[in-house]
Design a binder for this molecule. Structure first.
Ligand code: FAD
Length: 321
């Protein structure tokens, strides 16, 4: 017997496709609700909505309009809030992406309800949902119950698996208009080049470099290894602050929370604020010259050595495969 009658899942799209976490959230929603109502908002998103229905949502409400071509907090939060009022779900799940972290508190505030952030697990207790959330950069996990209906929660990418053998739901097109005066800020220009080539949250392989790489020139080895593995470059905050790579590469508490199949950490100490962003990785390889570095506590394989010696050998050997 499911705890809730209806859970709404807001599925963000990128390049007209549902993002990974959007589909992942369908599983905990299905586990705890009799009906899962997904919401897709955008322009040209009918195909994305169909993919969400195929991924296991019972119903997908598709709000497809030129008005929603670009993400706009005021517009999207207003549409989603309206749909919550229409559909009356007991909970609303939103992916913990950059936009998701923006929209979730806005929707919760508009509805005057509670919001749990960065949820790692969803379980049931006495007919209610309990959300497990990290505290202090992931050193402590707390279980949160939200004493309001509906409840809003952002779910972490990679923390849940997609629905196995889903049955296809239906897509319902809906028009929701947002009054002009609601839009307080408009995007005048968006620079797509960087965002399109770097998608840490969806990457299957990430090679990250830290302060131990020593310089921007040395950091090229991290980029080379990522390239030959078909992966994405990540970095710690100091590597970014030193100007070796741009902020978009930052992994960790104040960067991106990632869940690749393989994470290679090069010259990274393993500070809590970094490690909290990589804990959902499938397999972690760490290279550090200090055998006591905390990164080895979370690594599946640890290589004690100088990155400037280890990385060229790794690159050479992988090229032979
Ligand atoms: P260091 O801690 O300096 O470690 C460098 C490592 O490289 C050392 O372990 C050293 O042994 C090793 N090393 C040195 N030379 C070599 C060599 N030649 N070969 C092999 N190994 C070598 N950090 C993040 O990464 N992401 C975040 O999102 C983030 N958010 C933060 C938020 C807050 C509020 C705060 C306070 C901090 C945050 N930080 C974040 C910073 C974090 O606390 C650490 O300072 C940072 O992660 C350390 O980065 P690092 O491992 O590159 O550098």
């Amino acid at each position: 017997m499911a705890e809730y009658k209806n859970i709404m899942v807001y599925v963000e799209t990128a390049e007209e496709n549902p993002v990974k976490v959007g589909l992942e959230m369908l599983s905990p929603a299905k586990e705890h609700a009799e009906k899962v109502t997904a919401v897709v908002i955008g322009s040209g998103v009918a195909d994305a909505a169909k993919k969400v229905a195929e991924a296991g949502a019972d119903q997908v409400i598709c709000v497809d309009s030129e008005d929603y071509k670009e993400y706009n907090l005021d517009a999207y939060a207003t549409v989603l809030t309206q749909l919550v009022k229409d559909e009356n779900p007991e909970a609303v799940f939103i992916g913990g992406t950059q936009d998701g972290k923006d929209i979730a508190p806005a929707v919760a505030a508009k509805l005057g309800v509670g919001c749990a952030s960065d949820v790692l697990a969803v379980k049931a207790e006495d007919g209610e949902i309990v959300y497990t959330c990290p505290l202090y950069g992931g050193t402590v996990l707390e279980d949160v119950k939200i004493a309001s209906t509906p409840q809003v929660a952002t779910l972490r990418s990679g923390a849940f698996q997609k629905v196995e053998n889903p049955s296809e739901g239906e897509v319902v097109a809906k028009e929701v208009k947002v009054p002009e005066d609601v839009i307080k800020a408009k995007i005048t220009e968006s620079v797509k080049e960087i965002a399109e080539t770097i998608n840490l949250e969806e990457a299957e392989v990430i090679v990250s470099g830290g302060r131990g790489m020593g310089s921007k020139e040395n950091f090229a080895l991290v980029e080379e290894l990522a390239n030959i593995l078909g992966g994405v470059v990540g970095a710690t905050r100091p590597a970014i602050e030193d100007g070796w790579v741009s902020k978009i590469h930052q992994v960790g508490q104040s960067g991106k929370i990632v869940a690749p199949k393989l994470y290679i950490a090069c010259g990274i100490s393993g500070a809590t604020q970094h490690v909290s962003g990589i804990m959902n990785s499938g397999y972690i390889v760490a290279i550090n010259k200090d055998e006591d570095a905390p990164i080895f506590d979370v690594a599946n394989v640890g290589i004690v050595g100088d990155v400037m010696k280890v990385l060229p050998v790794m690159i050479e050997e992988i090229k032979k495969i």
